[in-house]
Design a protein around this ligand. Structure first.
Ligand code: HEC
Length: 122
């Protein structure tokens, strides 16, 4: 039940200040709907779903030093195929069946806004 309320609350955030629904494919809305429950609304890895039982904390997207270790292609791959595809925790789910490639490209750009970093080139 808690999870459902959280998702509903997060979905509520995809309405802008004028109360008009934002385009579902808008990167920030996609992020808030699918990623913020673990990675946090502001990207600090402190979303409401994260409990002490998490074996590993979700990546803090605001940490430019860490985010600079990843290229845009690295991010795209781990988002599409999940943590284990990059030798990371299965707590990071694969999104390739849920999100379109355009949405994932948008998320990569959005994460670069959150970290204010360019990432590893190549
Ligand atoms: C169920 C919780 C959860 C959700 C939802 C989630 N993540 Fe994660 N994510 C994690 C965890 C935990 C890690 C850390 C994995 C590790 O370090 O082993 C992670 C790591 C990452 C990483 C870093 C991988 C690396 O190589 O360091 C990226 C990028 C990422 N997530 C993007 C996303 C995006 C984009 C979304 C939304 C589409 C998302 N995550 C949704 C839990 C989640």
């Amino acid at each position: 039940m808690k999870k459902i309320t959280t998702i509903a609350a997060l979905a509520g955030l995809s309405f802008n200040l004028l109360g008009a629904p934002v385009m579902a494919s808008e990167p920030q809305a996609v992020y808030e709907f699918y990623c913020a429950q673990c990675h946090g609304l502001t990207g600090k890895g402190d979303g409401p779903n994260v409990t002490k039982d998490f074996p590993v904390s979700p990546r803090n997207f605001v940490d430019a030093a860490e985010m600079n270790k990843l290229s845009n292609a690295d991010i795209k791959n781990v988002v599409l195929d999940g943590g284990p595809s990059a030798g990371k925790s299965p707590m990071m789910p694969p999104w390739g069946k849920t999100l379109t490639e355009e949405e994932v490209d948008g998320l990569v750009e959005y994460l670069r806004v959150l970290c204010a970093c360019e990432g590893k080139q190549g």
